[in-house]
Design a protein around this ligand. Structure first.
Ligand SMILES: Nc1ncnc2c1ncn2[C@@H]1O[C@H](COP(=O)(O)OP(=O)(O)OP(=O)(O)O)[C@@H](O)[C@H]1O
Length: 249
């Protein structure tokens, strides 16, 4: 379904690799967390899969399509197979919840009766029934992210990519959002979520791919967030922060 083979991405010729010889395979119907600290290459991996960018070396297969030789003309067909959710919700501010979600289907040329059926169905799936008439600024952050998820999945793509979808949300709302993604996963969608939220990864117990400085350093079924070594570094950082705070008192 998604296969990366020896993928390297350098944004500047001769510069450092944002992704460095990464190979991995994500099967149809999996739910995978991609973890790693800021700058480790998570977004780069997502943007390669949507073919927003192309790799410097290696090959990428998504939903049976080979992305490297793909012509620009074919990219919209690939994008139909992929729903994408970002940290900032990117909603159309002047449009209602219903209109935000329906917009995608209009662009794809869906028939009106189909839109009338799909939009309410999708709003219910993400837990937004009764909110169709609200404008984005009348919604909480968690509700706005639910709209963004509805918009990403209303065309029923086989793949959903979520790049730090809980980055702007408190822990409780974050857990609710991942529960929504899990519900979508249970309808048969492949879900790939990039995150550095350790709590979420530990609670939801999915396969974990960990990137460090562009390298894939871990691929673990039902993994926790961090290898012991990373945890130890985090504890050390926490101790240092606590010491700093003590010094300030
Ligand atoms: N458009 C770009 N041009 C040049 N360098 C880039 C570009 N985008 C990312 N990079 C570099 O590539 C590396 C990986 O960045 P990437 O955004 O993929 O990491 P990330 O794990 O998603 O980080 P974050 O969690 O902060 O979003 C970083 O060193 C970053 O500076």
């Amino acid at each position: 379904m998604i296969r990366l083979e020896h993928v390297t991405k350098r944004y500047a010729a001769g510069g450092s690799a944002a992704l460095d010889d990464v190979s991995c395979e994500i099967d149809r119907g999996e739910f995978v967390f991609v973890v790693g600290s800021s700058g480790s290459g998570k977004s780069t991996m997502m943007r390669l899969v949507t073919r927003e960018i192309t790799p410097t070396a290696g090959s990428i297969l998504v939903a049976g399509r080979d992305l490297v030789p793909m012509t620009e003309r074919k990219v919209p067909l690939l994008r139909r197979e992929i729903g994408v959710v970002f940290q900032d919700f990117r909603l159309l501010e002047g449009k209602t919840v219903y209109q935000n979600v329906a917009f995608v289907l209009r662009v794809l040329g869906e028939k009106r009766h189909r839109i009338k059926q799909l939009v309410p169905e999708t709003l219910e799936l993400v837990g937004l029934d009764g909110m169709a008439g609200r404008l984005p600024h009348e919604l909480s952050g968690g509700e706005q992210q639910r709209v963004a998820i509805a918009r990403a999945v209303v065309k029923k793509p086989p793949i959903l990519l979520a790049d730090e979808p809980t980055g702007n949300l408190d822990p409780e709302t974050s857990a609710e959002i991942v529960t929504v993604l899990d519900r979508i996963h249970k309808t048969g969608t492949t879900v790939v979520m990039a995150t550095h939220d350790q709590g979420i990864v530990d609670v939801f117990k999915k396969r974990v791919l960990e990137l460090r400085s562009g390298e894939l350093v871990r691929d673990e079924a039902e993994g926790t967030y961090a290898a012991d070594e990373t945890r130890e570094r985090e504890r050390a950082a926490q101790r240092a922060a606590e010491a700093l705070l003590r010094d300030e008192d």
